[in-house]
Design a protein. Structure first.
Length: 174
């Protein structure tokens, strides 16, 4: 049975593993391969431990687990964009283990994010997706997110990678 819950410190290694595997799968052919090859679960976990230790409650990290194993991770919080409106939240990251893509883990996390956004009084959720990441764009579209026309270039390992911002209204909690 799949469960979504808040991330805890013992989840850090598993979350880092999900993130690194997610990047290597989702961004293959989009980001420089040398950059993807240089990603390290250990390095990611070190940074995540530091962020976790100084967390102030503004960011919410959720994990999806199956039979006690972390299979997905989502991070969200206040929108960081300069043009953010009051009540805007942002999904900073959503990754699932490559072997569970298509099983509903991502949809489960996205639904949990919408509930959490409502509980945090966000009226709108935004996120950035790489323009060339067709799978993610289809996923977010099926979750009710639509491009808002805002684009950006992300500089990574000497490459300029186009990103597109998506948004959707947060349903009212009743």
């Amino acid at each position: 049975m799949r469960v979504v819950r808040e991330m805890r410190e013992p989840d850090i290694e598993a979350v880092s593993s999900v993130r690194v595997a997610g990047w290597r799968t989702a961004y293959a052919g989009i980001l420089p391969q040398s950059y993807l090859d240089g990603l390290s679960v250990e390095q990611d976990a070190r940074g995540r431990r530091k962020r976790f230790a100084r967390a102030d409650g503004t960011t919410l990290d959720l994990v999806a687990e199956d039979a006690g194993a972390v299979v997905g991770w989502l991070a969200m919080g206040p929108c960081r964009d300069a043009d953010a409106r009051p009540g805007d939240g942002e999904i900073y990251a959503l990754y699932v283990r490559p072997d569970v893509i298509g099983t509903g883990a991502g949809r489960t996390l996205a639904r949990a994010a919408l509930r959490a956004a409502g509980e945090r009084s966000y009226r709108r959720l935004l996120l950035w997706v790489l323009e060339a990441n067709a799978r993610a764009r289809r996923f977010y579209g099926s979750a009710g997110f639509v491009p808002d026309g805002t684009r950006s270039l992300w500089e990574v390992a000497g490459a300029s990678v186009p990103e597109i911002r998506y948004h959707r209204d947060v349903p009212e909690i009743r």
